[in-house]
Design a protein around this ligand. Structure first.
Ligand code: CA
Length: 261
């Protein structure tokens, strides 16, 4: 972590909070122009939280820091962020539970910070509801790039659903793109935002094999070598929630959506 906190950011005191309050008003002006985002930064290591927040503010965004799981849930309700950066290890309630509670109230993209790669695999497997993961230590540049990709993806998805008719149906699976809901056999299936986008991408290309790289580009709007594992993990989650018959693996090629019989 030492690389990340090289600048030794100060611990937030009252003055810092006031300063951030002012920054918020400035950023609201930016928001009017449509270029600023609100990001809730949930991380108990205050120096890291502060570094992230300052970097986001330098992008013209508004950032709010929270250092505790329970406080994070109520802050998300109050702040209505466009995206959340969430550390998995938190005092109070942990990042997994924070993610669940925030997502249960309002769908918002979550970028989760983890300490190790294998921890990421476990979390993705659990279907926590995060849309992307970064392992510490990470570069601020990459964090911003990932957040931008995440936000672009959400905006694109919003525009897309406005442009298209809402309801798709495949056998006993119904996908409501406007409501972003999925039912199978009449029962609601709860998908994370990313799982939902992945399902729609696959379903709209029914029967066509899509490579993991193609899925990464279309769904995550993000291409890098380590990303293919992210695709695999989300496919696993989709199968667990929707049933194993929905997505076919084509070894060495990719995945294809199969209409259930
Ligand atoms: Ca932590």
């Amino acid at each position: 972590m030492s690389g990340l906190v090289a600048h030794g950011g100060p611990i937030l005191g009252q003055t810092e909070r006031v300063r951030r309050g002012r920054a918020r008003h400035l950023c609201e002006a930016v928001l009017m122009g449509g270029s600023g985002y609100r990001v809730l930064v949930i991380e108990d290591e205050r120096e890291i939280a502060s570094q992230i927040a300052r970097r986001l503010e330098s992008e013209g965004w508004e950032a709010r820091e929270v250092y505790d799981g329970l406080e994070a849930v109520s802050e998300a309700r109050d702040f209505l962020p466009d995206a959340v950066v969430l550390d998995v290890m938190l005092p109070g309630i942990d990042g997994l539970e924070v993610c669940r509670r925030i997502q249960a109230e309002r769908e918002v993209p979550v970028l989760m910070l983890t300490a190790r790669d294998d921890e990421t695999d476990i979390l993705v497997g659990l279907g926590v509801g995060a849309d992307d993961y970064m392992t510490k230590p990470f570069s601020m540049r990459e964090l911003v790039a990932r957040l931008k990709a995440l936000l672009r993806r959400v905006e694109r998805a919003e525009r897309r659903v406005e442009a298209e008719s809402s309801l798709l149906s495949f056998g006993d699976i119904e996908v409501d793109r406007n409501g972003r809901r999925v039912r199978r056999g009449g029962a609601e299936v709860h998908l994370t935002p990313t799982e939902f986008d992945l399902l729609v991408c696959l379903a709209q290309n029914e029967g066509t094999v899509l490579s993991r790289e193609a899925l990464l580009e279309r769904v995550w709007n993000w291409v890098d070598a380590s990303g293919t594992r992210t695709v695999d993990s989300h496919i696993k989650a989709l199968r667990r929630k929707l049933g194993p018959d929905v997505v076919r693996t084509v070894h060495g090629v990719g995945y294809a959506f199969e209409r259930p019989a």
